[in-house]
Design a binder for this molecule. Structure first.
Ligand SMILES: [Zn+2]
Length: 322
């Protein structure tokens, strides 16, 4: 992997307990050494991260910094621990402010407890998922970061200014960093080679409905295509060496899946859960969640395009093809 990464950038792959598998963190070396993403809040990841930092001469005293791409625990989960152990500054995208506030995750849990039955998920399944707090336990934070990164500005990492690029969709706060001089983009989870990272459905910030992740994700793929980086260093998996054409192929895939869902709705109106069962008849409860987030994305796209309509009856959401 390291041979696909430019000099002065070192990658570190840390284990995570999540279905997505290991996460990539990057160290940008130079005048202001910068760790991009932290790994998850596990002892195993912490031990490997501390060893890596020691190997690269990064210790206490705050002569280096931490930057995160988005507020998911595999990317920011060790931020607070790094700050208290090493005295470093932790910077996060401004769009993450809503999620990096104590107490926000409780609202998220309430939202999902309300949403899942409306999506047609059977009550017993919702009760079981709720016992596991919908997998949101690691999203909790005790305090926010030390500073915010604004899209359109630059952040100094290593020896160069990196442009802060908004790439929302995977999460509402997903952000990339773009070094124009050599076309390197740190993409977080906006463009992954071997997995399309469906994230947990987020409640909309205004409290009305949910965040339309796939619609924003498709816009971000288009943004990457237009930016035309030489390489995207992703949050999971191998570097993407032809990002523009790969982003275009992701878009084609997602449009194809959206058409498939439209075809299912043409056969008759369905709840989101019924669409999931049609696409994936044999999902475990945990997989059911990610299947549902994926389907909600396609339904949002169809609704936005005027190709499907949503109605609520008997406390359940039904989608019908137009
Ligand atoms: Zn991730």
């Amino acid at each position: 992997m390291q041979d696909l990464i430019p000099a002065g950038v070192v990658s570190l792959r840390l284990p995570t307990p999540y279905p997505v598998g290991p996460v990539n963190c990057y160290l940008i070396q130079g005048e202001l050494p910068t760790l991009v993403d932290t790994g998850p809040p596990t002892e195993e990841a912490w031990a490997a991260l501390v060893r890596f930092l020691e190997e690269h001469g990064l210790g206490a005293g705050g002569a280096w910094q931490v930057v995160i791409t988005h507020a998911h625990p595999d990317h920011f989960g060790l931020g607070e621990r790094l700050r208290s152990r090493f005295g470093v500054r932790v910077l996060a995208p401004r769009a993450a402010a809503g999620w990096l506030a104590p107490g926000k995750v409780d609202e998220w849990e309430e939202f999902l407890a309300d949403f899942l039955p409306r999506a047609g998920v059977p009550g017993e399944v919702v009760r079981q998922l709720r016992k596991g707090r919908f997998g949101l336990g690691d999203f909790r934070v005790e305090s926010g970061p030390d500073g915010w990164l604004e899209p359109g500005t630059t952040v100094r990492m290593g020896d160069a200014p990196w442009e802060v690029v908004s790439l929302p969709g995977h999460s509402s706060c997903s952000t990339g960093f773009w070094r124009r001089e050599d076309g390197t983009c740190l993409g977080g989870d906006a463009l992954l080679l071997d997995a399309y990272a469906h994230s947990v459905l987020e409640p909309a910030m205004d409290g009305k409905g949910w965040y339309p992740g796939l619609l924003r994700q498709m816009e971000s793929l288009e943004r990457i295509r237009q930016l035309g980086p030489e390489r995207v260093l992703p949050g999971h998996g191998e570097p993407v060496t032809s990002p523009a054409s790969f982003a275009a192929s992701r878009l084609r895939y997602l449009r194809g899946r959206t058409e498939t869902v439209w075809g299912l709705l043409m056969e008759g109106e369905k709840t989101p859960y019924q669409v999931v069962l049609n696409l994936y008849p044999h999902l475990s409860w945990v997989e059911l969640m990610s299947g549902l987030w994926e389907v909600m994305g396609y339904l949002d796209v169809l609704e936005e395009r005027g190709e499907a309509i949503r109605e609520e009856a008997g406390g359940k959401l039904y989608y019908r093809a137009l």
